[in-house]
Ligand binder design. Structure first.
Ligand code: DGJ
Length: 698
């Protein structure tokens, strides 16, 4: 048994690898009984969200197995999503023994591969550096990713890939795996003595036991997998199309997302109605479409130690309530959105004073706090009802909601807690979503601590990370793009020095990176200089012009040297290509850069144009005096005055290029600044400098 590739496995009959089915019974031996093939999706009944699909784009194979001796049934589900090259898998176990057993683990998916010449790509990190890409070899021992904190987490995303060692972004074999689930999870990759590899993906077996009484069953969340023989980009594109077609649902499926302004990093908790209206007016004048009021508008919430749970407006901050503010924002001509964190309660809140028992804590133990708050017990009907009711009242007045979740789990009573809590959350979301079909909903969890397909079944987008530093964002967004589409990645332009890294990057670069997602701004627009205001206005106009490609285009991560990041999106309708060229550090006197785009259509021609950007003259410091007719002292008022009002134009790159040249040879870009010979065709990039290039297909 240890040398056979199996579709599922249980212990006790000679398969010594990690097994898909683990129960208190020890030995189980499942054999085939029957199978059925049905049109559309057959729901295994897990009470966790499942993808959408119908007879036109999905069909289900259900295989029924039974133990050779005991009346225990195991069902394996395979749902083929034919349009997007994705197969979903789930398992269900039924205990017909007449006595109680304990389920210790049930994998959603098992994939046994014949050889182990694969590498693993995992997306791991922490707050502010979510989903960084790690590549590891499979050698002699098991690799496993175990998440035990209650959310799918920034530690390890449930999306992982296997790839052949020679597989690149554009060539070679890759297999992608993900889980439609938002809580604890486990991925195991185990090579055996014969060089075979077993992959298991499951809800978190490390922190899971489930009683199965007589006649009871348990179904797993769905896992999904895809295969590409055209490199990692194709596998990611399959997942992106799957997310857009089968996971995101309802009104916002395939709809373009509005450009938003979020007040969080502009004001934090320090705002008044007047301040918000001023911000909204400024936003409107720049072309922003949605105004989002973040944390701090409700109950006693003047800082993050209080108020969670009391979802009514604080009259000192919002004298006319949410309704009044929403009306004013609508009058300005913008959509209005609001922040909530419904899964939580502050001890200092009316809700806690009334219902201390609703918080997750254990008698006799001091609870552990995260951000001074406690988790509500979402397993309880009355807690679910309270959230549904109080949040419904908030949602009546808004066009958008950001649903945050800012702590991890502690003080749970048993190992079944995590999953039953998650089922409670899904019940709440399942009740709220259809009541407000047109409200644009964004999930958030201290940034991207719960970026997963489970949340995306209810939310139209996810806040990718609290970290908006442009360089760090190239890593985070690139990692996220392995498993998820651009339209669901919230990406904002924020102030510099950046509030997470204290790094300063050019506002054009901040936009160029954020543009490869769902664009927003999160800074005090009143502090922008006149030049920056005109830059932001131009950025938003550019984004709107290219929004279908930037939100829904096919994304290509280019294989580049470490110092460079290059992303391309292909407009689904026109075939136009939009390219981000990002340089991490400037390397003086380096060779010219090439743009070679393997996805270019050999039979077409392209009109190339670079996005016009502005350069801050402070970049040149005292060197500017080599050309300036008047002396501009570095760091002095005159320099600041000029810089705040006027920027130098970046080089203009235009050309008409044959697709064959673009694909096989590439376009040579103008040389970068090297200290001498500066002219209007010199590219001044510097550290974290970037450009956007548009190749319009002729
Ligand atoms: C964490 C989120 O990620 C931020 O965007 C912001 O909404 C804060 N919470 C507010 O408390």
């Amino acid at each position: 048994m240890n040398n056979i590739c199996l579709e599922t496995s249980a212990s006790g009959k000679g398969d010594f690898r990690a097994c898909a089915v683990r129960t208190s019974l020890g030995t189980l031996d499942f054999v085939y009984q029957s199978h059925t093939i049905s049109e559309g999706i057959v729901d295994p009944g897990s009470h966790t969200p499942i993808p959408e699909g119908d007879k036109n784009d999905a069909s289900t194979l259900k295989i029924v197995l039974a133990d050779k001796v005991l009346p225990i049934v195991l069902e394996l589900y395979y749902i083929a999503f034919t349009e997007v090259d994705v197969i979903a898998r789930a398992s269900r176990i039924v205990n017909n023994t007449g006595s109680s057993i304990t389920l210790k683990g049930l994998a959603s998916l098992q994939l046994d591969l014949f050889d182990s010449s694969w590498q693993v790509i995992s997306l791991d990190g922490a707050w502010a550096r979510e989903r960084e890409v790690h590549v590891q070899d499979i050698k002699a021992a098991t690799l496993s990713w175990n998440v035990r904190c209650g959310t799918s987490s920034a530690f390890h995303n449930p999306c992982i890939f296997l790839k052949r060692p020679d597989c690149s972004q554009s060539h070679g074999e890759a297999i992608g795996i993900n889980l439609v689930y938002s809580g604890n999870h486990q991925q195991i990759i185990e090579p055996n003595e014969f060089g075979k590899v077993r992959l298991l993906t499951a809800l978190g077996n490390d922190s899971f036991t489930w009683p199965l009484g007589p006649g009871q069953s348990f179904a797993t969340p769905m896992a999904v997998m895809t295969y590409s023989d055209k490199g990692l980009n194709q596998a990611s594109d399959n997942f992106a199309r799957f997310t857009n077609r089968h996971i995101i649902r309802g009104y916002w499926r395939y709809r373009q997302r509005p450009v938003l302004l979020n007040n969080w990093e502009a004001t934090y908790f320090d705002f008044s109605q007047d301040k918000l209206i001023k911000l909204a007016n400024q936003a409107k004048s720049l072309g922003i479409e949605l105004f989002v009021l973040d944390d701090g508008w409700f109950g006693r919430r003047t800082d993050d130690t209080k108020g969670l749970g009391d979802w009514t407006a604080n009259p000192r901050k919002l004298p006319k309530g949410i309704e009044g503010l929403a009306q004013q924002i609508h009058q300005i001509g913008m959509m209005f959105g609001i922040w909530v964190e419904p899964e939580m309660v502050s001890q200092n809140s009316e809700l806690y004073e009334k219902h201390p028992d609703w918080a997750v804590q254990l008698e006799g133990r001091d609870p552990s706090f995260g951000r001074s708050q406690l988790l509500l017990d979402l397993r309880r009907d009355e807690v679910q009802a309270y959230i549904i009711d109080s949040i419904s009242k908030v949602l009546e007045n808004v066009d958008y909601m950001k649903w945050d979740m800012n702590r991890l789990f502690s003080d749970y009573p048993d190992e079944g807690f995590f999953h039953s809590w998650m089922i409670g959350l899904y019940k709440v979301l399942g009740a709220l979503r259809p009541r407000f079909p047109k409200v644009l909903m964004e999930a958030c969890s201290s940034g991207g601590n719960r970026f997963d397909l489970g949340m995306l079944c209810f939310f139209d987008q996810v806040w990718t990370s609290d970290d908006t530093d442009a360089l760090q964002r190239t890593r985070i967004q690139e990692g996220t793009s392995y498993g998820y589409s651009q339209v669901c990645m919230g990406s904002h332009v924020s102030a510099c020095p950046n509030h997470q890294s204290l790094r300063s990057t050019d506002i054009e670069t901040r936009f160029n990176v954020a543009a490869f997602g769902n664009l927003g701004y999160e800074l005090d627009l009143g502090l922008l200089t006149p030049l920056q205001r005109s830059q932001v206005k131009a950025q938003i106009a550019y984004y709107k012009e290219h929004r279908p490609a930037l939100q829904y285009g096919k994304l290509y991560r280019m294989d580049t040297e470490e110092n460079r990041r290059m992303w391309v999106v292909e407009d689904p309708a026109s075939g136009d290509l939009l390219v981000l060229d990002f340089q991490v550090h400037v390397r003086p006197n380096s060779t010219g850069d090439m743009l070679r785009l393997y996805m270019a259509d050999e039979n077409a021609s392209y009109q190339l144009s670079s996005r016009p950007q502005k350069l801050d003259i402070r970049l040149f410091g005292s060197l500017i005096n080599r050309v300036s007719p008047i002396k501009i002292e570095d760091g002095k008022a005159l320099q600041r005055n000029i810089a705040e009002n006027w920027g130098m134009d970046t080089e203009t790159t235009t050309a008409i290029i044959g697709g064959d040249v673009l694909k096989h040879a590439g376009v040579k870009l103008d040389p970068q600044f090297t200290g001498t010979g500066y002219d209007s065709r010199t590219r001044v990039l510097g550290d974290c400098g970037s450009r956007l290039y548009w190749f319009r297909k002729l």
